[in-house]
Every structure is written in C-alpha cells, then in structure tokens.
Design a protein around this ligand. Structure first.
Ligand SMILES: Nc1ncnc2c1ncn2[C@@H]1O[C@H](COP(=O)(O)OP(=O)(O)OP(=O)(O)O)[C@@H](O)[C@H]1O
Ligand SMILES: [Mg+2]
Length: 243
C-alpha cells in the first residue's frame, strides 16, 4: 500500500487581532490516528478548517507528500484526499441514509453503481444497513454521527478529520464509536485526526496526541506521556478529570 504524509508547517490564523492558531506544526501519516486536544476556543476547529481548505491560513503551509496545497481552492483539498466531519452535524436531513453516503461517491466522479456499492459497504461497516432507507434526519444523534463519518469515507480520503464525533454521545455510544474507528485507519490506509473532549475515547484511540492552548502547541507525544505532562493537566484537564 502506498503511504502518504500530511505536513502542517507553522500554520497561524488571525481573526482581527486574535491569534486563534499560532504557529502550529504537526504531521500525520496514513494508518495513524492523531488526537488534537485542547480547551474550548484553543483553535482545534480552526485547524481543521485550514487543512480542509475552508479557511486560508494567515501564514504557514499545508503539504501532502510534499505538494503544497496551502493556496489551492477548497475543492482541490477533497481531490487531494482530505475529508472531514463537522462539529455540528451537517447532513442532507431529508435524504435517506443511503443517499447521503451515495452522493459523496457520485461527487467524486464514481458512477451510480460504484457509488451505491461503496455506500452499502460503508453502511454495513457502521452498522447502519437497517436504516438505509430512512430519512437521515429521523435518526438519533449517535447514528447521525456515523452517517457523517460514512459519508466522509465515501470520498475515499487519505486523511480524515473528525471534529468532536463523540459530542453528545453517552459512554456506551462512545465505546461503540471507538470500536468502529480503531481499526479502519490501518485497514483502509487512512490517516485519522480526531478532535474530542472525550478523554476516554481519545486516550484509547490515538497513537499520538497534539495539545493546544490559546492557539499554541503546549505538548505533543504518546498518550501515556501527555497524561503525565503537568502543563497539559493544568491547561486542559483542570483538576476535575483524573485520566
Ligand atoms: N470565523 C471566525 N471569526 C472570528 N473568530 C473566530 C472564528 N472562528 C473561530 N474564531 C475564534 O478563534 C478561536 C478558536 O476557535 P475554534 O473554534 O478553532 O476553537 P476550538 O478549539 O474548536 O473550540 P471548541 O472546543 O469550543 O470547539 C476562538 O476564540 C473563536 O472564538
Ligand atoms: Mg471546535
């Protein structure tokens, strides 16, 4: 399998004086799961917005296999294999579960048959087959999250960014999500970046972590190293979470 590497080099984003993201660098290989964590407002979503082309960085570069995508148009990012889900679920609520996933494949230039086959495979993988013909807006929150992930995967990404996939899920649903997510980066040769406040999920799922505070990197490393890092504990976990 071909491996790919995403490199984010010293990216910053200023919003009228506010340094929402300040000189952040990281890399992500296919097959790897990186957790991007930090308190509210620390710049996590802004980073996903930049690496998927929704926002241009004020400075810095985004490269895939040493190709510089920074100034490319938004649709080029999807073509280069960078896909995402949103913090607030964005589905075509009136369309069926199946159609939501199928349309992604069609948008990537697949014919209807190929897109349909792939959609059924993804629905199976995310245990959504029983709901294929239901309106997606009628499903509960946990299932809508899964549809979003299945839909992003139908774009055949090399890198997938999940913005708080466990938000609003209970412990049982979060564990079920973990089971679905843990193997597919290896199986599908995909690099996964996951933002979440659910430390149980993050610590179990990720092979490495990147920690932000006020837009800046305050720590990077293995989950076991981050857990021991006093600055991270103070900035992020506060005194309430004993992870
Ligand atoms: N479009 C925008 N215009 C102005 N300020 C913005 C914009 N988007 C984000 N910000 C600000 O940038 C900072 C970082 O926001 P961001 O949404 O990236 O944080 P986050 O880490 O995703 O937070 P959360 O955990 O609450 O989702 C915040 O102070 C936010 O108010
Ligand atoms: Mg956010």
């Amino acid at each position: 399998m071909n491996s790919s590497e995403l490199k984010v080099e010293e990216i910053s984003k200023n919003f009228s004086g506010l340094k929402a993201v300040d000189n952040v660098s990281f890399s992500l290989q296919t097959g790897e799961i990186l957790g991007l964590i930090g308190p509210n407002g620390s710049g996590k979503t802004t980073i996903i917005n930049m690496v998927t082309g929704l926002m241009k960085p004020t400075s810095g570069r985004i490269l895939v296999d040493d190709r510089d995508l920074t100034r490319n148009k938004r649709h080029h990012f999807a073509r280069e294999g960078l896909a995402r889900t949103f913090q607030t679920i964005r589905l075509f609520k009136k369309m069926t579960v199946f159609e939501n996933v199928e349309v992604s494949g069609v948008s990537m230039g697949k014919n209807r048959k190929e897109a349909a086959q792939e959609a059924y495979r993804l629905l199976e993988m995310f245990e959504l087959s029983d709901y294929a013909d239901r309106e997606s807006g009628s499903l509960d929150h946990g299932n809508q999250r899964r549809i979003e992930i299945a839909r992003a995967l139908a774009l055949d990404p090399k890198f997938l960014f999940l913005d708080e996939p466990a938000a609003g899920l209970n412990e049982e649903e979060s564990d079920a999500l973990l089971d679905m997510l843990k193997d597919f980066p290896g199986q599908m040769n995909l690099g996964l970046l996951i933002v979440d406040h659910d430390m149980r999920l993050i610590m179990r799922l990720c092979s490495k972590l990147h920690v932000l505070d006020h837009g800046q990197t305050i720590a990077e490393g293995l989950p076991s190293e981050i857990r021991k890092n006093a600055q991270v504990m103070e900035a992020y976990f506060g005194s309430k979470v004993g992870v």
